[in-house]
Design a protein around this ligand. Sequence first.
Ligand code: NAD
Length: 262
Amino acid sequence: VQGSMHGRTAIITGAGSGIGKAAAVKLARMGANVALFDLLDERTNKAEAEINALREGSARAFDVDITDPDRVEKAVLETVEIFGGVDIVFANAGINGVLAPIDEMKLEEWEKTLKVNLNGTFLTVKYALPHLKKRGQGSIIITSSVNGTRTFSNFGMSAYSTTKAGQVAFAKMAALELAKFKIRVNVICPGAIATNIDQSTKKKDNLDEITIPVEYPEGSQPLADGPGQPEEVADLVAFLASDQSRHITGAQIFIDGAESLL
Ligand code: NAD
């Protein structure tokens, strides 16, 4: 990606780990200030220290549960106080949540996944928007998944897949609504990426009952032997955040080594 991000500020949710952290590092290397929104976690503080040690864009870690509207609103305001505004929003935090057959899934389990992945995306965009509007332009990037449109081998992920499909619809509606403000909204759909997401997975024992054996090895992609890397996704995020993608909005972009073609 060409060009500098100096003077720009990005809010990144789920920035303590995986794709969010890689995107924060990438944007900071390009000169952006990055507000790292994540659950209070040593990883987020470590990401902050690592990015600040680069001596390029500066980073600040915020303890934010994205399901908590007050906390999201306050953290956005703190970001604006510290960095002077918001130009880029990467609504990325998400969990796999409980994997279970539908009739075994408890309502609370279903709702937990919806709260983090859908409410969290909505709240992040909602509270950042007034500040993007003040800038007169902006870029919002949302992390969905190949699971938003396909279900290959992902047994028990009815809640997760529902949220990932919902994020695609939300991004497209937002792109249309915000075009007149010169705010672009794009949604990325990674295939398997090597991150810590499995730590957010709770598998029910009886998942085997609904599993159909598949021949293709889990995590494999036609373009690569294994899963993609967070840094590969970060390059796409940087492009969508930059002016080089200035005519791209409402796009759903797969980054999956052709996994979704299987
Ligand atoms: P990860 O677990 O490494 O990172 C996710 C981060 O989100 C964690 O740091 C976690 O603490 C944070 N988070 C979780 N709940 C939160 C909450 N309530 N408030 C604030 N932060 C919260 O996983 P990742 O793979 O980097 O996931 C990032 C996004 O990518 C998710 O939306 C996920 O659904 C999506 N995705 C991942 C893959 C994959 O294979 N890793 C594939 C497709 C899509």
